[in-house]
Design a protein around this ligand. Structure first.
Ligand code: SME
Length: 165
């Protein structure tokens, strides 16, 4: 079941990425479609490295409860850990992970997947679930493919804007 849902979402996100040149528009589309199709994704959003301060993540488009964590230093949180490790971080039980920065009391598990542009981390997709251990290797693969679409989009649109100069 979910295998088809994952491929369907990826197909729609890829097609949408061809239809816009605006990163926030693409991020909003992803933040909207994913939790609609995958109800255990209770908070879905983006954190991007501040172009003026590469040690700090800044909250981007998201769906779910408002969070006080609008800026996260890369040495804090599960979000910071994904940048520091340059890799996906899955936490099956956030309450037993001392790195965890609470967003909602209902959150039980979290996955954070880096977005890379020309090999360098520029941000991440962050998902929280109200279920313990909600994220399987299939979720990880799906989100890493989603992050690759966003990274490829940034590479393409940056190239377009510098070509236009
Ligand atoms: N839980 C994250 C903070 C972001 S909120 O979940 C939206 C963390 O530990 O970095």
């Amino acid at each position: 079941m979910s295998e088809n849902v994952f491929s369907q979402i990826l197909a729609e996100v890829s097609a949408f990425a061809e239809s816009t040149n605006d990163l926030a528009t693409l991020q909003n589309f992803i933040a909207e479609i994913i939790p609609q199709r995958l109800p255990y994704y209770n908070w879905t959003g983006f954190y991007m490295l501040d172009p003026k301060d590469s040690e700090t993540l800044v909250l981007g488009p998201f769906r779910g409860a408002p969070t006080e964590h609008v800026r996260i230093p890369v040495n804090q949180g599960i979000c910071g850990a994904a940048v520091a490790q340059n890799g996906t971080v899955i936490v099956d039980d956030v309450n037993s992970d001392p790195r965890y920065l609470a967003c909602s009391l209902e959150t039980r598990s979290e996955i954070v997947v880096p977005i890379r542009v020309n090999g360098a981390v520029v941000g991440e997709i962050d998902i929280d679930s109200h279920d313990l251990a909600a994220f399987s290797p299939r979720d990880r693969e799906f989100l890493e493919k989603s992050a690759a679409i966003v990274g490829g989009f940034i590479e393409r649109t940056q190239a377009v804007s510098s070509d236009a100069k």
